[in-house]
Design a protein around this ligand. Structure first.
Ligand code: HEM
Ligand code: FMN
Length: 529
């Protein structure tokens, strides 16, 4: 059954011995060879934990349920973990993803890493509810997991569950959070490692990620004094939406990895504080769920990744329009996925392949077959066709020339962004792009029909003010809202906005302005940019 020779299995055998004696779980590596050995020994690994295969469960492999579905034991399941014979279990059902792995929008690697296992928890944290239904033809259901085994699985816990529970017990009240970066510090302990690795990291050397933050430290204010700044108004309006502060929630995928409500918690926090949210194409919750949690009059933008199969994109855009999306945000900086080296390293070190395992010759492109590498400026017209009347925003602009082109092709707004340093490493920081727009294309700044947003490592009210001084309409924050919701759900998001609002108000007063439209380059020293 196992195509790959098992070179080193001592570790797996030790674990199985211990486990068979006690029928409890132990945490091990899930390298391919290890998993092969475990399956051969009648055990299975779920989320890094070895579980006992109950003896009675694999006695009869031909059982069927009352409704005629084949009952599959964990032992049998565990044998289908490699390319060409790849199964995953979700909500008790077993799906054959051997073919689908080649076109899975999340890539084949993640399916190979999780093949032969129950992936229910991870699957739901990543995918909106009706995903399986939509792809039913591509992921044939081959049976159901033995219900007795399923019950055992559900009751098992692993060391990571215990670590997270302990961190939750230590967590204090949200009112004790002082600054935006604190949310990140606390979230690290509260998240499963793979979620922390996914959220926190950047591409390659993380040079772009570091510079996004560093550039703010090279911009200094030129405050003006002796002005009446008693009454300060931090509110603004963009794309026809009123916002309590010039800040919005940038679209981030898979918020459900950190807490069960996922993006819905962010929606409630954004609604309570009056800020705008952009929902990611790869959100863990659907736009319908998010809209159901929104307040009356609360607007939600929807971000799209254009698919090479434009029928899929058309369907997705039309669905978003039907669900009440306020605007469509086309992300243009992700024609392929950046190499997130730190993320891969953290995951690989937590789950290393056994030393001596032969080099895998099944090269898996960690790319996104679901992202169109042929997208062009004409795609603004494509999106408009299926989202008539909605604002269209181009996200991921990294050079001032493309700001001018976006304007020329009729976009309603752009987001200057390098995807939080997760795509092209050393893509210049968005604030530098904005500075270049000031120098080279000031005609596109402050236009009624064209907004310029900025995101990337905005963590203080003063960062927001610096971007606005350079002509940004508003700024997006990504990771901070994920982390705030991880710790405290929607209260965390509310608190994050409250912190920013206070900092923005203080900054405005000390700078000598009372309304955000008074901010301008005259308040900044850019000589060290
Ligand atoms: C078996 C049926 C599955 C189907 C039909 C499916 C479908 C999809 C789709 C449509 C996307 C694109 C996101 C979206 O449009 O919402 C996606 C992304 C993804 N999927 Fe799956 N998937 C399946 C199983 C899995 C499993 C078992 C895992 C992990 C154990 C997984 C991990 C991922 C990841 C990591 C992404 C990328 C999300 C991102 O980068 O933000 N998928 N999948
Ligand atoms: C975990 C994570 C997931 C993201 N997912 C998406 C996405 O699905 N679509 C998108 O356009 N941008 C995505 N981004 C980029 C954000 O929209 C935004 O550009 C970036 O997070 C801003 O930087 P910040 O996190 O430092 O605030 C993601 C960023 C992170 C950190």
């Amino acid at each position: 059954m196992f195509a790959r020779p098992l070179v080193r299995t001592a570790r797996a055998v030790r674990c199985t011995k211990r486990r068979f004696a006690s029928s409890t779980a132990s945490t091990v590596s899930s390298g391919f060879a290890t998993r092969a050995a475990l399956a051969a020994a009648g055990a299975v690994v779920v989320a890094g934990t070895v579980y006992t295969i109950l003896p009675q469960a694999h006695a009869d492999a031909s059982r069927v349920t009352k409704s005629g579905e084949r009952i599959i034991t964990l032992e049998e399941m565990g044998k289908h973990w490699q390319a060409g014979s790849l199964w995953v279990a979700i909500d008790g059902k077993v799906y054959d993803v051997s073919e689908f792995a080649n076109t899975h929008p999340g890539g084949s690697r993640i399916l190979l890493e999780n093949g032969g296992r129950d992936t229910t928890k991870l699957f739901h944290a990543i995918h909106p509810p009706n995903t399986i239904h939509k792809y039913a033809k591509e992921v044939p259901c081959v049976g159901v997991i033995d219900p007795e085994e399923l019950a055992v699985l559900a009751s098992q816990r692993n060391a990571e569950d215990d670590r997270i529970d302990a961190a939750r017990k230590r967590l204090f009240g949200v009112d004790s959070v002082v600054g935006i970066s604190d949310f990140e510090r606390y979230a690290k302990d509260l998240l499963p490692l793979h979620a922390w690795a996914y959220y926190s990291t950047g591409a390659d050397t993380e040079g772009a990620l570091a510079e996004n933050a560093a550039i703010f430290k090279r911009l200094f204010f030129r405050p003006r004094i002796m002005r009446d700044v008693h009454d300060v108004d931090t509110s603004t309006e963009f794309l026809g939406v009123k916002s309590s502060i010039p800040v919005y929630v940038a679209p981030t995928a898979r918020n459900g990895l950190g807490q069960p409500e996922g993006e819905v918690a962010v929606t409630r926090g954004a609604g309570a504080t009056g800020i705008f949210q952009v929902l990611s194409h790869y959100a863990s919750r659907s736009l319908d769920e998010v809209k159901a949690a929104a307040r009356d009059g609360q607007h939600i933008g929807w971000q799209v990744y254009l698919n090479p199969d434009r029928e899929r994109s058309r369907e997705a855009i039309e669905e978003a329009v039907a669900a009440g999306a306020h605007s469509i945000w086309i992300t243009a900086d992700t024609v392929t996925l950046g190499k997130r080296e730190t993320e891969r390293r953290l995951n690989a070190e937590a789950n290393p392949a056994p030393h001596g395992q032969p080099l895998s010759r099944e090269r898996q492109r960690f790319g996104f077959s679901a992202h169109d590498a042929r997208m062009s400026w004409d795609d603004i017209a494509f999106v408009r066709k299926y989202a008539p009347g909605l604002p269209v925003v181009i996200k991921g602009v990294g050079a001032w020339e493309d700001v001018v082109l976006a304007y020329k092709y009729g976009a309603d707004a752009v987001v200057l962004s390098n995807h939080g340093g997760r795509q092209l490493d050393f893509a210049q920081p968005p604030l530098k792009v904005l500075y270049d727009v000031n120098k080279n294309a000031p005609q596109v700044l402050h236009r009624k029909n064209f907004n310029i947003f900025v995101d990337g490592s905005v963590r203080h009210g003063t960062d927001v003010l610096k971007a606005l001084c350079l002509g940004a309409t508003a700024v997006g924050l990504g990771r901070p809202f994920i982390y705030a919701a991880t710790g405290w759900g929607s209260d965390g998001v509310e608190k994050a906005v409250e912190i920013l609002e206070e900092e923005i108000a203080i900054g405005m007063q000390l700078l000598g302005v009372t309304r955000v439209d008074q901010l301008g380059p005259q308040y900044l020293d850019t000589s060290k940019i």
